[in-house]
Design a protein. Structure first.
Length: 345
């Protein structure tokens, strides 16, 4: 391998060192400078490559993984893809319990990477035996020579971003970052980055993005789990109906909630203004910045980094489908469907 010649032994060596890209048009009316940490540049097209590789290599170091063993995980899609990719290179079997809320694109991608996929109903409680949490646990108990990654309750999830994403952002901004805005699902990404950045400068403001229908924002503010906050929502990989221990709530300064509809439109807007084809959660993070800007959160001298977690190709049947957007009621009088396809007969 010769990295100086851009030659690598396998795709795993491409994980990390993703670019920081300045946002221009979409933030033109908001005070401050804004930069996107574009995690779609990872080989598996999401930030989850980082935790998949880190957790598996740590298990290897501890001697609890041997060639031919089985890796089991609960996933909304991205972690599963990353685990399947790492499993292929390292010689493991991969079994994934996936929420039915995951896009068909994501599920098809998991199958194409050789994973065995169990699709579980999304709108059941976390302790329901049909939930993807419980299905993964059951499979782990039944299959000898398996490990359960358990990203929601795994400290290594935080460590992966503390060791890589956090230092990258600090170096790329020359230590001038004033705010980090990131979606919170398992919480590993925002917590790991926050831990590193706060060690460098405790004044950096860490802002988490949550979904309506999720319990995270209220738990952060009250430290009470309120199941009355829970109801179905459409954004994948954002928010939770349980409290993940991979979320360090003390490292996060505040949470902002965003809607399914505005986040979907914002993902499309990023593509059409910045030329970055990003996923649903990237739209959610950008929508949070818009809301914060309207509230006067930022000033002209601020340098704000927003994490864009994955690639838009995983949402072709959802936010980038006019049909799906119409079915959700996301096209209204303010936003009309504008077809750019003309068929010549």
């Amino acid at each position: 391998m010769d990295k100086s010649q851009n030659v690598f032994d396998n795709v795993l060596q491409l994980i990390g060192s993703t670019p920081l890209i300045k946002l221009n048009r979409i933030t033109a009316d908001i005070e401050g400078e804004f930069y996107a940490k574009v995690e779609a540049f990872n080989p598996g097209h999401s930030s989850k490559d980082r935790i998949a590789l880190h957790i598996i290599e740590e298990a290897e170091r501890q001697g609890i993984l041997s060639p031919g063993d089985t890796i089991i995980e609960t996933t909304s899609g991205n972690t599963g893809f990353s685990l399947a990719m790492v499993s292929i290179i390292k010689g493991y079997e991969c079994i994934l319990a996936v929420s039915s809320k995951s896009s068909a694109d994501k599920i098809d991608m998991l199958k194409s990477m050789g994973a065995k996929v169990y699709v579980c109903p999304a709108h059941v409680s976390a302790d329901d035996p049909r939930s993807y949490y419980q299905v993964a646990k059951r499979l782990h108990e039944e299959i000898k020579g398996s490990i359960y990654i358990n990203q929601y309750f795994n400290q290594l999830n935080i460590d992966a971003h503390y060791n890589s994403t956090g230092p990258e952002i600090w170096q790329q901004t020359n230590g001038e970052i004033t705010h980090l805005v990131a979606c919170s699902g398992t919480g590993g990404t925002i917590s790991g980055i926050a831990k590193y950045l706060k060690e460098q400068n405790p004044d950096i403001k860490i802002i988490g993005v949550d979904a309506y229908g999720s319990v995270l924002k209220k738990y952060h503010e009250t430290r009470e789990f309120d199941d009355k906050e829970i109801y179905p929502y459409r954004i994948e990989g954002l928010g939770k109906n349980l409290i993940p221990t991979a979320t360090d709530f003390d490292a996060i300064d505040k949470f902002v909630k965003v809607t399914d509809e505005e986040s979907a439109h914002c993902a499309r807007e990023i593509s059409n203004t910045e030329g970055m084809f990003v996923g649903y959660t990237s739209g959610a993070a950008m929508q949070a910045i818009k809301q914060l800007g309207a509230e006067g959160e930022f000033k002209a001298s601020d340098k704000v980094v927003v994490v864009f977690p994955d690639h838009g190709s995983r949402y072709m049947s959802k936010v980038y489908s006019d049909k799906w957007m119409e079915e959700q009621g996301f096209f209204d009088s303010k936003t009309e469907v504008q077809s750019t396809i003309e068929y010549i007969k």
